[in-house]
Design a protein around this ligand. Sequence first.
Ligand code: GDP
Ligand code: GDP
Length: 444
Amino acid sequence: MSLPVVAIIGRPNVGKSTLFNRLVGKKVALVDDRPGVTRDRREGDANLSGMNFRLVDTAGFEEDDAATLPGRMRAQTQAAVAGADVALFVIDSRAGLVPLDQEIARWLRGTNTPVILIANKAEGRAGDSGVYESFSLGFGEPIPFSAEHGEGLADLFDELMPHLDRIAVEAVVEEDDESPSAPLKMAIVGRPNAGKSTLVNKILGEERMITGPEAGITRDSIAIEWEFEGRAVRLIDTAGLRRKAKVEDKLEKLSAADTAHAIDFAEVVVLLLDATRGLEAQDLRIADQIFEEGRAMVIALNKWDVAEGQSALFNGVRFALDEGFAQVKGVPLLTVSAATGKGLDVLLKVAFETRDAWSKRVPTGELNRWFERALEANPPPAPGGRRIKLRYITQIKSRPPSFVIFGTRVDQLPESYRRYLVNGIRRELGFGAVPVRLTFRAPK
Ligand code: GDP
Ligand code: GDP
């Protein structure tokens, strides 16, 4: 996985190399008092409080031609900025703004790269006026900074974070997201006799799944692919669906193995319930298994054609699900009849929608705007009088959507607060009832 790229921009002698060395941690850049000593573009892997990115130190701009950027330097810098996720624009707050700073600012405003303004050499108070002056560059509030003394790093961290969509967090492996046009990988699970085989046969429109005896009971699963409204669906067809176990007492065992296999395969798992029997403990166990595996889930109440007291039944199952299965409160609950085919179109539509939510990515900026509102509406608790500080959130992967929140003293955060945030993510960021993973980290 490639690291996000951050470029350091600024005229000579403002402290770019010093900043580079501070973040990359090695003395690889040449630091000199003479303007223009820094020439080449250097790159290094930077680490700021556990946040990793690729740092590019651009060539210094030549000063002699004060009003215009020398073409060669400018081209090189331009290339660096264009390839960067964020630009750190460094000024010397002691020297104050000079025309070349204005020139660089004008030019940076014309690019699409987000800019963070760093008022360097601001240790002590010697840079105060330069810090205020730099507001006029039009990049918002500058970060008072000292590359030499390591001041302002926490503010830089906070400012940088929302811009980086691709934060490298150790031990998290980025998966390749499959495109929305890839076949929907679906599995149908449920207790024996819930109607799985009947459902699969009905969807496929032919009675070919439980035909005639096959030799032995095979564990092999095959995938059946077809199109629904122009979109491909791939359904796992397990041994248990193809053919019923002959030996009655093997039925449970076989179906447990099939269930695990099917869940493993699928993006969306349809949990089929038998409406004539209602919700049973084993159904909740399977639901829990689907959730633990991070799969998107749709629950369908089958045999609706023969269900009695339909509205009371439906509400009862809805209630029991939400009570017994709080993790995915609100998981889609549909009514179908595998025998008549009623509700199967809706089932497939909802399965596609659920996969979309499961695959969704929220840009870090939008995510953090939501996060700020959520913290404001209900601030984290303050155990022992010291408030737990949550700084920012980032989505580290999708399928299932997984988020990390960075902050301090996060180990003291109560589970109820985590649930508050997870529910907010689901409700307000369009994830619906898909399982959302949320972990916390304290940068060292
Ligand atoms: P560059 O040309 O932008 O890469 O600037 P350098 O990193 O080479 O720094 C130019 C000069 O400014 C050097 O003498 C540094 O020691 C000094 N310098 C860099 N950062 C700071 C700082 O935070 N405070 C002060 N007082 N001096 C700094
Ligand atoms: P599986 O063990 O989950 O694969 O269940 P089957 O597909 O073998 O179905 C079990 C029994 O329920 C069979 O007798 C089916 O005919 C019956 N069945 C399945 N779906 C429906 C339905 O929607 N309505 C009715 N009335 N019966 C159904």
